[in-house]
Design a protein around this ligand. Structure first.
Ligand code: ADP
Ligand code: MG
Length: 284
């Protein structure tokens, strides 16, 4: 049996930060792999036209492959485009192709342009209270580095926002705009949305600057910032070129262990919110 308890309900995270290169994709795929490795059922939705999450998870995303583009623009069901991860049977992936780069513009004049992903996801994960559905425990949506309609669709489909922050100069710049956007989505489109989690990435504890940034983030967001930090590690950056997450590429590396620890911390924090519900949902 697994030592990791399933959350009482599916937890849907949007992984967002309008800055590029802060660890959104790396965190998305490695947290997802960490949960899948612990026996939980996980869905990753790649919402970035670059398709980096699809690459890291070893899922085909050449142009023309059925993808999140068809879901958003043509109304295809997620069931028609979702792929099983080659490494973890409990991990499923909605790939993104370069076709998605046009979607930001195509969505502008569409009906329900902000809620198309949300509707598709709700239909796919179904009624979580049904005992017959082997429901997803975690959903992670990987966002592009912007606050455009793709990210808005991701915010509207989620219940929690996870912000990866790279511990470097300017790390907090742009954060207030990101939080304002989350507040707007909460007010107008998706009231349950919460910024629940901040993850410090590429952390080098030997440098004063990294420590200062981490302290500042914890001061501003004491409840949201995970105790676990992700160290900078060559293994983490190598893994995608093998079509793998670091969790499967180099399971005992510092990056893999850190992401597994972060996943467990996220899971525990969720169960703190609903302590008595959780006890009945442990997978056999
Ligand atoms: P984003 O999705 O926010 O643009 P990525 O997850 O793609 O950011 O990360 C940006 C770059 O940094 C990538 O080349 C990635 O491999 C690398 N990277 C991310 N996390 C780490 C880490 N912990 N150690 C070393 N390199 C990392
Ligand atoms: Mg990315």
């Amino acid at each position: 049996g697994s030592a990791v308890a399933r959350p009482a309900d599916t937890r849907i995270f949007t992984v967002a930060n309008q800055k590029g290169g802060v660890g959104k994709t790396t965190s998305t795929v490695n947290l997802a792999a960490a949960f899948a490795r612990d026996g939980l059922k996980v869905l990753v939705i790649d919402a970035d036209p670059q398709g980096n999450a699809s690459t890291a998870l070893g899922v085909d995303h050449r142009s023309g492959v059925p993808s999140v583009y068809e879901v958003l623009i043509e109304g295809s069901p997620i069931a028609d485009v979702v792929r099983q991860s080659p490494e973890f049977p409990e991990l499923w992936v909605v790939p993104a192709t370069l076709d998605l780069s046009g979607a930001e513009i195509e969505l502008v004049n569409m009906v329900s342009r902000e809620t198309r992903l949300s509707r598709a996801l709700t239909a796919f994960i179904g009624d979580p209270s049904s005992p017959n559905v082997d429901r997803f425990d975690y959903v992670f949506i990987d966002c592009p580095p912007s606050l455009g309609l793709l990210t808005v669709n991701a915010f509207t489909a989620a219940s929690e926002v996870l912000i990866p922050i790279q511990c470097e100069y300017y790390a907090l710049e742009g954060l207030s705009q990101l939080i304002k956007t989350v507040d707007l989505i909460k007010a107008h489109l998706n009231p349950p949305l919460e910024l629940s989690t901040i993850l410090l990435t590429m952390y080098d504890q030997r440098t004063n600057l990294a420590r200062q940034v981490a302290d500042e983030v914890r001061e501003h967001f004491p409840a949201q910032t995970l105790n676990t930090t992700i160290p900078r590690s060559v293994r983490v950056s190598e893994a995608p070129s093998h079509g793998k997450t670091v969790v499967s590429y180099e399971p005992s590396s510092s990056g893999s262990l850190a992401y597994r620890e972060a996943a467990r911390e996220i899971n525990l924090r969720g169960s703190d919110l609903q302590p008595d519900l959780n006890a009945t949902h442990t997978r056999q």
